[in-house]
Unconditional design. Structure first.
Length: 170
């Protein structure tokens, strides 16, 4: 074997070293994943936060429906009470700890008589039971609750959650 060829292989030409380093610097793909992650991560985080915000609105809707169901059962069974709407309102608020009571708008209709929006009381005359709470009659509760779909403090939509329940008075 020629000893000259070994020396040529081991000898590095400075021009070849510079060309090799430029080639590896511009064709290296190791930083590609970092760039892709830097582009994709903010988009993924916004989407995940949007999903979380939407799921909170669904949670509030389910909580409102469950609370009205509980309040409707109390109202239907509360025929002898002087103020059955107040008792039902207390049951609704107790059943929905995740909702702010001050933002909850309730409307009661008992035996065809509407007690107005935002009312939480429907007392009978004097100290007698509410005369509209007759056995077999219909008691209805309507509720609305405001919600807002926001991502990172920026509100994209506001909505109004609503639910209604009707029960036969016992």
């Amino acid at each position: 074997m020629n000893s000259n060829s070994k020396v040529d292989k081991l000898h590095l030409n400075p021009v070849n070293v510079r060309a090799h380093s430029r080639k590896s610097m511009f064709s290296d793909e190791m930083g590609g994943a970092l760039v892709e992650m830097a582009i994709a991560l903010p988009i993924m985080m916004i989407m995940l936060t949007g999903i979380f915000s939407f799921s909170m609105a669904l949670y509030q809707k389910l909580q409102l429906a469950e609370a009205l169901s509980s309040g409707g059962r109390v109202l239907a069974a509360d025929r002898g009470d002087i103020d059955p709407c107040q008792t039902a309102t207390s049951a609704i608020i107790a059943s929905a700890p995740g909702l702010q009571p001050s933002q909850l708008r309730l409307t009661y209709t008992i035996g065809g008589v509407n007690y107005g929006s935002g009312t939480t009381s429907c007392p009978g005359s004097g100290s007698t039971a509410n005369a509209n709470m007759t056995a077999g009659g219909v008691a209805q509760i309507q509720a609305s609750y405001p919600c807002s779909l926001s991502v990172y403090g920026r509100s994209f939509a506001s909505c109004n959650l609503g639910y209604q329940i009707s029960e036969n008075v016992q």
